[in-house]
Design a protein around this ligand. Structure first.
Ligand SMILES: [Zn+2]
Ligand SMILES: [Zn+2]
Length: 372
C-alpha cells in the first residue's frame, strides 16, 4: 500500500514528506493505522546524526493506533485493537532476556540499529523501489505502520490514543527510571535536568512517589509553569543560575537522586556535584557515542555515590504499558496535560526547528486526522 511518511535521507537535512510503499505484514507482524505520533527529542537526535538508526529511513518511534490487519501466526492481536508501539522488542532467548532484562535485549538492539524488523528485512521502500529503514521497529511518522506483533502492546480502548502514544517512549522512560532504577522513597529529594517530555515524566513519577523537594532544572524559563503543574516544587533556570549550590541549599546538602535527561555532559557534571551523601545520578539522556564526562571521583568513593544508566525505564513492555494505561485513566500521569500542540505531517520541519531552539513546552504530537 502507498502511505504518506516522513523520510530522513541525510543527517542535518530537512525531512522529506513522501509517498512510500508499505508491504503487507509478514509472519508475526501487524498492520497498524497510525492515530498519533509524538515528536521525541531522540527523533531530533537522529535527524542531526547524534544517533544513527539507519538511513534512509522513516522517522518516528512514539506512536499509537488501531490494528488494521494481522499477518500469519498472529495470536495476541486482532483488527480493531488499540495498540502502543514499543521501540524495544525483546527476543526472549538472549542472555539479557532470559535474565529479565529485555529492555537491553542484544538482538533487539542489533536489529534496530540496522533499521530492519525481526526477520532482518524492511517492509518500506520509496517510490523508486529502494529500501527504507524502519526507525526502531516503529516508523511512526507514517499513515500506517507494519510492526512486530511483540512490539504492538494492546491497551484499553477508553484511553485516548493521543495520550496512548506517550506510553511508547517518554512516559515509561521517565516514570520507569523513578520506579525501577532510582526506587525513590517518600520524602527523598530529587532534581531533574531537562523539563521536556521525559523530564516531566520523571517529575510525575517523583510526585507519585511523594518525593520532596522535586527540583526541575532547565535552560528555558518557559518550562517552569508546566514543570510545576506536573509536580515540581522548585524550578532552577540553569542558563542564569548555578543549580549546584541552590540544590545543596534546598536539600540540606545535596539531592538523594539527580536525573540527567538531556544527554549534555555539562548537565551530567552539574548533577554529579549536586548529589548528597549516598546519592544516585541516574543517566537517561542520550549523548553522542564519543561523549565523555568528568566526575568528582573523590566523592563517588567517599560519599558512596552511584551512577546508573537506564534505557526505556527498565520496563517490561507487555506488563508495564497496560498498567501505565490504567494509571493514565486514573489521572495519575497527566498525559492530557503533556499535549501542547497537534500538528500535521507536512509541518514536521517546523517542529524540528522548534525543538532545536528549545521552544517546545510539553509534547507536540502529529495528528493523522488533520487535513483528512
Ligand atoms: Zn523517544
Ligand atoms: Zn533478547
Amino acid at each position: 500500500m502507498k502511505v504518506k511518511a516522513a523520510v530522513l535521507r541525510e543527517f542535518n537535512k530537512p525531512v522529506s514528506v513522501e509517498e512510500v510503499n508499505l508491504a503487507p505484514p509478514k509472519e508475526k507482524e501487524v498492520l497498524v493505522k497510525t492515530a498519533y505520533t509524538g515528536f521525541c527529542h531522540s527523533d531530533l537526535g537522529f535527524i542531526i546524526g547524534k544517533v544513527n538508526f539507519g538511513l534512509p529511513g522513516v522517522l518516528g518511534h512514539e506512536a499509537a493506533g488501531v490494528v488494521e490487519d494481522v499477518g500469519p501466526g498472529v495470536t495476541s492481536l486482532k483488527k480493531g485493537d488499540h495498540v502502543v508501539t514499543a521501540w524495544m522488542v525483546p527476543c526472549g532467548t538472549c542472555p539479557e532476556c532470559v535474565t529479565g532484562q529485555g529492555y537491553i535485549c542484544r538482538k533487539s538492539v542489533e536489529l534496530f540499529m540496522k533499521g530492519v524488523l525481526l526477520d532482518g528485512t524492511s517492509r518500506l521502500t520509496d517510490s523508486k523501489g529502494r529500501m527504507l529503514c524502519h526507525q526502531t521497529y516503529v516508523s511512526g511518522f507514517a499513515e500506517y505502520m507494519v510492526v512486530p506483533e511483540a512490539g504492538a502492546i494492546k491497551v484499553r480502548d477508553d484511553l485516548p490514543l493521543d495520550q496512548a502514544c506517550f506510553l511508547g517512549c517518554c512516559m515509561p522512560t521517565g516514570v520507569g527510571a523513578v520506579y525501577n532504577v532510582a526506587g525513590v522513597k517518600p520524602g527523598e529529594s530529587v532534581a531533574i535536568w531537562g523539563m521536556g517530555g521525559v523530564g516531566l515524566n520523571v517529575v510525575r513519577g517523583a510526585k507519585l512517589r511523594s518525593a520532596n523537594p522535586i527540583i526541575g532544572v532547565d535552560l528555558e524559563g518557559s518550562k517552569e509553569a508546566i514543570a510545576r503543574e506536573f509536580g515540581a516544587t522548585h524550578f532552577i533556570l540553569s542558563s542564569k543560575q548555578d543549580p549546584v549550590p541552590m540544590i545543596q541549599e534546598l536539600t540540606g546538602g545535596g539531592a538523594n537522586y539527580c536525573f540527567e535527561v538531556t544527554g549534555d555532559p555539562g548537565a551530567a557534571t552539574q548533577a554529579s556535584w549536586a548529589l548528597g551523601l549516598g546519592g544516585k545520578l541516574i543517566q537517561i539522556g542520550i549523548a553522542p557515542p564519543t561523549t565523555l564526562v568528568g566526575l568528582p571521583l573523590t566523592f563517588f568513593a567517599g560519599h558512596c555515590l552511584e551512577l546508573r544508566g537506564v534505557t526505556y525505564g527498565k520496563i517490561h513492555t507487555h506488563v508495564d504499558i497496560p498498567r501505565f494505561a490504567d494509571m493514565a485513566m486514573k489521572g495519575d500521569l497527566m498525559l492530557d496535560k503533556l499535549i501542547t500542540k497537534k500538528f500535521k505531517l507536512e509541518e514536521i520541519n517546523d517542529v524540528v526547528e522548534a525543538l532545536k531552539s528549545r521552544q517546545i513546552i510539553g509534547r507536540w504530537v502529529c495528528d493523522w486526522k488533520i487535513g483528512k
